[in-house]
Design a protein around this ligand. Sequence first.
Ligand code: NDP
Ligand code: OXD
Length: 318
Amino acid sequence: MTLLIVVQGAGENWTAEPWRQRFAARLKSMPVALWPQDTPAPESVRYVAVWKPPPGLLGTYPNLQVIFNLGAGVDALVADATLPDVPLVRVAVSDLTKRMTEYVVLHVLMHHRQQRRLDAAQRAKKWDTPDQRAASALRVGIMGLGELGRDSAEVLVRLGFQVAGWSRSKREVPGVDCYAGMDQLPAFLARTDILVVLVPLTPETKGILNASSFRKLARDGVLGGPVVINAGRGGLQVEDDIVAALNDGTLGAVTLDVFNTEPLPPEHPLWSHPKATITPHNAADSDPEAVSDYVVAQIEAYERGEPLQNVVDRARGY
Ligand code: NDP
Ligand code: OXD
């Protein structure tokens, strides 16, 4: 019985060998192998811990029982038609949630407190003092009230913003005006000055950030134009529509962490758009230690016959 690790990705967090060491240090009762250098007998692989595995690979292990994704988003895995029909577990750990909340709060405040204008004034050595409004003058709308969206919503409520959330099924979050389903999307957008996007990429949500949804956002807000902050997935957004909406004033500004093509190509107009803030898909990095603890705890519980947590609903896509 083996745990196989398949990790590919950019950035230090996704260097493969340290993942083997982390799991081997925690999982004393089971051999840990690292793809592609180790070649355990395919029949011996019972668990896999993966980040961006090559499509088709996981189908080659006939006795696989559980797939652990080492991140929160599972869109790429679910899109692989050859993925074995075994439980797929995603990451939901408080460390990741807190990091995402930091990102959301940072960027909501950056737009609210007009930090880009102050940066420009500093560069120009200009004593520019924009009007300051109360947080309560701003309506923030969070698309996605799951593990990540809910925590961001709660913190923004504490900061005094008017917060609403939108999800697939009706949620209840204290202090948050909750909307649900496609029928209520227009009303949710119409009351929103800053739209924070934390829904997963699924067939239903693909391209949901488009010209039509931007036109539905509130136009009477104190910022002078609605703002979109997308930290979900690039496939949620139509990037040509974002550029056009920034140019014609339908959107006042955007903060984007995720893109249809990552890394964002150097020639992409969003890099240098004066109303765009771009971050390199690092709104919330998975902490390898916290994620390894989480996966090993789940394997041990499963071996004791206990249920797995945070299993993805494959039909729903998240
Ligand atoms: P969850 O599964 O916990 O929550 C997803 C939320 O989105 C739920 O509220 C769900 O509704 C809602 N949702 C899903 N589909 C729809 C739909 N069709 N219409 C309306 N609402 C919908 O996910 P997390 O909060 O853990 O993560 C969200 C996403 O954040 C991940 O899928 C990933 O893509 C992204 N992410 C990005 C990171 C980054 O660094 N940029 C890091 C980590 C995650 P309901 O409550 O009814 O189920
Ligand atoms: C994730 C991510 O899904 O990093 O965890 O985007």
